[in-house]
Design a binder for this molecule. Structure first.
Ligand SMILES: [Fe+2]
Length: 248
């Protein structure tokens, strides 16, 4: 392919990708009033109604657990999950719900890892995120501890960590250490940044993505999902045979 045809080649398809093949979303902030996601039950119900229309069958809700901003725990999350299950059943929304969490690797995470039973999904998958400003100094130690304690670490939205955009080998290093990578679907629209989109596409090209998630916080994220289904890279990822979403 020539230089010019490569530049002008569209990244879009005419037909939308079928998200129902994913069956399960593994990363979202649908549970109300626990973090910076849904503000109340009405918003939760409205978003779940939309996500059901897209073909999802199961949602693993993952509220933030941080030591400062969102001090969640199984005790705050699980009762809310039960309330939402009841509410959506009354609305006739047919989605299977469960909850895990998005753990932030901060100063207190290693203590939690040592002393508490953490919320996981599937085969003991543990979703974690790191700072957007710089990687934590103890990251390798934390990963080692997660694995030795029997967890399977899943890094949330690696493509959004700008400090690694020019150090792509760090993503490969994460995989070598036993970390699975979870891409945000909406990264493929360019919503976060063009560099985030390019990094996500490169991960797809190299077959590095194990999970895909909506990371849905509000209705705007759902509107974007209706656009991202026309991205070629999403089609490529869904056909890659690498995604584990449907096996949960
Ligand atoms: Fe998230």
């Amino acid at each position: 392919m020539s230089f010019f045809s490569r530049i002008f080649q569209s990244s879009k398809t005419k037909t939308p990708a079928d998200l129902s093949s994913l069956k399960t979303d593994i990363h979202s902030h649908f549970l109300p009033a626990l973090d910076d996601g849904s503000k109340n039950m009405d918003e939760t119900i409205s978003m779940m109604r939309e996500i059901e229309k897209m073909g999802y069958k199961k949602l693993i809700c993952t509220p933030h657990i941080m030591s400062d901003y969102f001090k969640n725990s199984p005790e705050t999350i699980l009762p809310v999950l039960e309330k939402v299950k009841t509410a959506i059943a009354a609305e006739g929304i047919n989605l299977e719900l469960s909850a895990a969490a998005e753990y932030y690797v901060d100063f207190d995470f290693e203590r939690k890892l040592k002393e508490e039973k953490l919320l996981t999904f599937g085969k003991n998958y543990l979703l974690f995120e790191i700072s957007y400003l710089h990687p934590p100094e103890n990251l390798n130690h934390v990963i080692f501890n997660m694995i030795t304690q029997g967890y399977k670490p899943v890094m949330a939205h690696p493509e959004r960590y700008n400090f690694w955009h020019s150090k792509f080998n760090m993503y490969e290093e994460m995989i070598e250490k036993g970390v699975l990578l979870q891409l945000n679907i909406n990264s493929l629209t360019g919503y976060y940044s063009i560099e985030t989109k390019r990094t996500a596409e490169k991960m797809i090209e190299k077959g590095m993505v194990s999970f895909i998630g909506t990371d849905c916080h509000h209705a705007g994220h759902i509107s974007l999902l209706n656009k991202v289904v026309y991205e070629k890279s999403l089609h490529q990822l869904l056909q890659s045979g690498k995604l584990l979403n449907a096996n949960l």
